[in-house]
Each structure stands twice: as structure tokens, then as C-alpha cells.
Design a protein around this ligand. Structure first.
Ligand SMILES: NC(=O)c1ccc[n+]([C@@H]2O[C@H](COP(=O)([O-])OP(=O)(O)OC[C@H]3O[C@@H](n4cnc5c(N)ncnc54)[C@H](OP(=O)(O)O)[C@@H]3O)[C@@H](O)[C@H]2O)c1
Length: 360
């Protein structure tokens, strides 16, 4: 491809799927701030709980504007009208498999959704960039403790060393492997399709633990990382891992959102570029007990903050030192700047109080 496919607001509207979601909403906000006309794709434009915060962006004196469009990821062609003439499509929508889907359904769903979105994006006639919200799951795989993952890693790598635990055969048996393999194989599919088409380039953002402020109450989705922090702020233990032990490798939702737009605009990003969105350095990596201690110092008015099983002042058991990864490439190639971790943790908690999800 001789000419760059990088876009700017002058190239026409852009569309965002999953626009009502936690990451999608911040992508919409960032793009509107930068002067884009954003077609925010939601399932139900009449559901105020999910879209009022998006509509409100038009009343804030921002440079761009937002229009709501309806579409369903599982309905072929349902984005055709929304994507017509769009210079870029940012695909942040997903049915992420917390609704009793089988692992195979999680895996198949990701392709079906992406195929529908991509075909509508190409049919729109002006597509230059397709940015997919993949996941760090498409990178991580069993490695020795402390191993630092980069964008060169793919889940499913190094199978021999781990007794074949991450093979395609495992997809139907394990939801996490199904999700990871789906993201990985969907990435490969969009890069191949862009190569074959030759008129646009595809790239992916690979977030790790996304936390940061919620724009509306609906962003407090059960089992999300932000929702886990909410429970900690309400004095409950961290519930997603044994004893609450986990290495939180955090990215701010606002940085994650900005990285999507920067990928669409970057002349360095190219077809197949992938960017891990995680801690920028070790400060952003926190064991649960460290996150808990930070929350205690940032929210001194909260009486009891839950988290990890402790033995006095020290963790009851050590935490596995994984996953380690840093969003260096996004900083180098996309020019991304990132929020300090204290700002992110503070803004997450503040939004829970401001939205009244946690009573003050
Ligand atoms: N949050 C993280 O830590 C994290 C980490 C890595 C990767 N990711 C990826 O980031 C993306 C966004 O995640 P999120 O955290 O923002 O989740 P979220 O808040 O649950 O947002 C998901 C969005 O997808 C939409 N959606 C679901 N099913 C749909 C369907 N059938 N048709 C149309 N839209 C549908 C939802 O719309 P409704 O409002 O109508 O339900 C919502 O807008 C996902 O691809 C996820 O895999 C997230």
C-alpha cells in the first residue's frame, strides 16, 4: 500500500461499536473531543440508562459530535447504514460470555460478530482503518513466573513446554482459553482480510486490567475489574481469585480509549500492528494487597476496604508474579501518554461515589 491509510477528522465520520460499554463510551468521548463526527453504535438507542451519557456529549462544547445508530453484532448487515462512508470503524463491542454461553459459543460468537462488523465496514465504501478491541488474553499463555510478555507473543505459543494445555482442542472445554483463542484468531482474520482487500489496514488494542472512571451506572458490570474495586471499596474481599491474590496490571480506561483513536490516526501503525494496554511501568502493577493499601490512602473516609487474605500486615500467601507486560509500544509508536496509577485508582472510586453506586 503506497499511501497511508491514517485518518483525521477531515476524512469523514467514524463509527464505534459497543459505544454504550465501558471502553466504548470513553472511545466515543475521546473522538468527539478530537473533532470527529462519531456514529455511536448501540443496541437500543431508547435505553436512557445506556445512552444518555453519550447524548450529553453534544451539550459539552466539544469539537466533534455524536450520533446514535442501532445495530446488533449477531445480525448480519445491521451496521450497513451506520458505517456508510465511515473512514474508520473501531470495534469495541462484544458479547463477552458472562451469560452462560458455552466456551464454544464464546469462541464462535467472537468471529461471527467480527465478520458482520468487518463486512459492513468494507461495504461502507470509505474504510481506511479498522481497529479491533482484542485483549491481552490474545497474548498471554503459560510461561514461567515473571516472564514479560510483549506484542510478539501470541496465546497458544509454546504449547510443547506446557503439555498441550493451550491447543485448539481445548477451546470447547475452557471459557478462558476459548476467549483468548477467539481474540487471537479474530486478529489474524482481520489482518488477512485487510491484506487481501488492500484498501484499508487493521490493527488491535490489547488491554489488560482496565480500570478508571465510569461514565454511567451501567458501566458497573458484574465481574468487571472496576466492579471488583467497587466491592473492595465496600469492604468485601476480592472475589475473582483464590484468597484475593492477583497481580493487577492496570491500564486506565481513558488511556485505553485514546490508544484506539491514536491507532487509527498513526502513520507508524500498519496492518497487523497490535498494542498492549497495560501498566506503563512497575508502578501500575499492584498485588491486590497493594491496591487495597493504595485505596486506603486515597479514600481515608472509607472505614473498611476489602481485598486480599492477610496475616496481620502481610499477605497470607505469596501471589504469582504474572502477568507482566508494559504498554511501551503504544507509547513509542502511538505517542500515548498515560495516567499515573494513583489518578486512575482515585478516579475509579470517585466515579462510584459521584454516580451514587456507592452511597457517600
Ligand atoms: N474491560 C476490560 O478489562 C477488558 C480487557 C480486555 C479486553 N476487553 C475487551 O474490550 C471490549 C469492550 O469491553 P468492556 O469492558 O467495555 O465491556 P462492556 O462494558 O460490557 O461493553 C460491551 C459492549 O458490547 C455491546 N454488546 C454486547 N452484545 C452485543 C450485541 N449482541 N450487539 C451489539 N452490541 C453488543 C454492549 O452493548 P449493550 O450496552 O447493549 O449491552 C456494550 O456496549 C470487549 O471486546 C472486551 O473483550 C475488555
Amino acid at each position: 500500500m503506497s499511501k497511508t491509510t491514517a485518518i483525521s477528522p477531515a476524512d469523514g465520520p467514524i463509527a464505534v461499536t459497543g459505544a454504550s460499554g465501558y471502553i466504548g463510551s470513553w472511545i466515543v468521548r475521546d473522538c468527539v473531543e478530537q473533532g470527529y463526527t462519531v456514529r455511536a453504535c448501540v443496541r437500543d438507542a431508547s435505553n436512557g440508562d445506556k445512552v444518555d451519557h453519550l447524548k450529553a456529549l453534544n451539550d459539552q462544547g466539544l469539537r466533534g459530535s455524536v450520533e446514535l445508530h442501532e445495530g446488533d453484532l449477531f445480525k448480519k448487515g445491521s451496521y450497513d447504514a451506520a458505517f456508510k462512508g465511515c473512514a474508520a470503524v473501531i470495534h469495541a463491542g462484544a458479547a463477552v460470555g458472562y451469560n452462560n454461553e458455552t466456551p464454544q459459543e464464546v469462541y464462535d460468537g467472537c468471529f461471527t460478530e467480527c465478520e458482520h462488523v468487518l463486512e459492513s465496514a468494507i461495504a461502507g465504501g470509505k474504510l481506511r482503518r479498522f481497529v479491533f478491541t482484542s485483549s491481552f488474553a490474545a497474548v498471554g499463555h503459560p510461561r514461567p513466573e515473571g516472564y514479560v510478555f510483549t506484542e510478539k507473543d501470541w496465546c497458544g505459543d509454546n504449547i510443547e513446554a506446557y503439555n498441550g494445555r493451550w491447543t485448539d482442542e481445548m477451546i470447547s472445554q475452557n471459557r478462558d482459553i476459548a476467549y483468548a483463542m477467539a481474540k487471537k484468531n479474530t486478529e489474524k482474520l482481520i489482518y488477512a482480510r485487510a491484506e487481501q482487500e488492500g484498501t484499508f489496514e487493521a490493527m488491535a488494542i490489547l488491554p489488560l486490567h482496565v480500570i478508571g472512571p465510569l461514565m454511567c451506572k451501567n458501566h458497573d458490570q458484574g465481574w468487571s475489574w472496576q466492579n471488583c474495586m467497587r466491592y473492595m471499596l465496600q469492604g468485601k474481599p476480592y472475589k475473582k481469585s483464590a484468597g484475593g491474590r492477583m497481580l493487577w496490571n492496570n491500564t486506565d480506561v481513558r488511556d485505553c480509549a485514546r490508544a484506539h483513536r491514536l491507532a487509527a490516526e498513526s502513520t507508524k501503525a500498519h496492518n497487523g500492528s497490535r498494542y498492549i494496554l497495560s501498566a506503563a511501568d512497575r508502578d501500575g502493577e499492584l498485588y491486590t494487597w497493594q491496591l487495597q493499601a493504595m485505596m486506603k490512602s486515597l479514600f481515608p473516609h472509607v472505614k473498611d476496604i476489602g481485598g486480599e487474605e492477610m496475616d496481620g500486615d502481610v499477605p497470607a500467601k505469596p501471589t504469582r508474579e504474572s502477568p507482566r507486560a508494559y504498554c511501551l509500544l503504544a507509547k513509542q509508536e502511538l505517542g500515548l501518554t498515560t495516567y499515573p496509577i494513583e489518578d486512575t485508582v482515585r478516579a475509579t472510586g470517585d466515579s462510584y461515589f459521584e454516580l451514587g453506586i456507592i452511597p457517600s
